[in-house]
Structures are given as C-alpha cells and as structure tokens.
Design a protein around this ligand. Structure first.
Ligand code: SF4
Length: 200
C-alpha cells in the first residue's frame, strides 16, 4: 500500500512538471483563449477577476459582540470595498454570523440615515433636526424623569432605580458603545430596562 502511494506521488510530480513545461511555452492571452475554448465559459467570464484582487488586506475584529470574530478588511485607494471573516482566526475560522457578515453594508450603504429624524407627538411625519437639538432635548427629558421618578428605597430596602426610562439599542452598536451605555444608564442613572442585540 505504501509503495502504491509513493508511486502515485512520483507520477503526480512528473505530471505537474510536464504541465508546467507545457504552459511555459505559451503566452498569457493564448492560454486564456485556450481556456475559454476548453471550458463552458464565455471569454468575458474567463477575463473576470474577484473584486478583492489587488486590494490591501487589514486584519481586524468584528465590532458587534463579545465573541470577537476575526475579520479581513479589503481596501482600494483608501476606500473599504469588502469585509469578510478571517480564516486564520481561531475563533471563527473565516465564518461570520449574519450580523458580522453584513459589516460592510453598515459601513458603505447609501440608504443609511445620517441625520437625526424626529416625529413630534401626534404628528404623522418625520422631520430632520440638528444633532445638538436632539442631544439637548434628550438630556432635559432624562433629567426631568429622573428627578421625578428615581426611587432610593422602599420598605427599608435600598433600590436606587429608575423605572420610567428605558434604553433600546440597535443591533449595530459595538462593544464599546454598549459598555458605556451600561455604565452610564445602569450604574450611573439607575435605569433598569436596558436592552440591545449582542449585549455584553
Ligand atoms: S456579531 Fe457575529 S460575527 Fe461579530 S463577533 Fe459576534 S458572533 Fe462574531
């Protein structure tokens, strides 16, 4: 059995040597032409290249959850053109969950809303507002609710909680944002109802 395998190895080696010699005698264009003739592909398909070919590859980590899957970020001329799982990562071995697999679409997406949208009470339409206006309004509302509803203790039990304010985070918030929200809203202000996807 061992002999057979060795023999096969020698034969394969000779085969590759032979193929190499054969290929080295023809030009690139002739090889492509021959490949196109021998394959059920159009010349157009033979010419196609993966869009990440020639891109700069940077190793990174998925920002979304504490699993910490490895990612490869592909850039061309300083622009991100793709983000994929890193096969070398011992955590995910090139795979990504659906959220991580869409990291590129979060980064590069013409449909992403980049301004504050506000819908007034009883209104049926959304309006654009400046970020400073929104931050000030949220701060004032939060302060008023906490001043009115914060409970230090009840029936001689210390509570230090605020149950009339809740925080609902989006799926694309990263680890650092979730950490800060938990520290500020939970530990700092006593808010109990804090939720988001991929929390820490
Ligand atoms: S969000 Fe998904 S891809 Fe990203 S680290 Fe968590 S499990 Fe991995």
């Amino acid at each position: 059995m061992i002999l057979v395998l060795i023999n096969q190895g020698v034969q394969m080696k000779s085969f590759f040597k032979f193929k190499k010699k054969e290929n080295s005698g023809i030009s690139d264009s002739a090889r492509k032409e021959r490949a196109a003739k021998n394959q059920p592909f159009s010349p157009n398909s033979v010419e196609k290249q993966p869009r990440i070919k020639g891109a700069t590859v940077t190793e990174s980590v998925c920002p979304y959850c504490a699993v910490g899957c490895g990612q490869l970020i592909y850039t061309k001329a300083g622009e991100i053109i793709d983000i994929e799982g890193n096969p070398k990562s011992p955590i995910n071995q090139g795979t990504q969950c659906p959220k991580g697999a869409n990291t590129f679409q979060l980064t590069v997406n013409p449909h992403r809303i980049k301004t504050v949208m506000y819908r007034a009470p009883y209104s049926d339409k959304w309006e654009q507002r400046p970020l400073d206006w929104a931050m000030e309004r949220i701060a004032q509302k939060l302060k008023a609710a906490r001043d009115a509803d914060f409970i230090e203790s009840k029936d001689e039990t210390t509570l230090n909680h605020l149950t009339t304010v809740a925080s609902l985070g989006g799926a694309t918030m990263d680890n650092e944002e979730n950490y800060l929200i938990k520290k500020l809203l939970g530990g700092g202000l006593g808010i109990v109802a804090i939720e988001n996807q991929a929390r820490i």
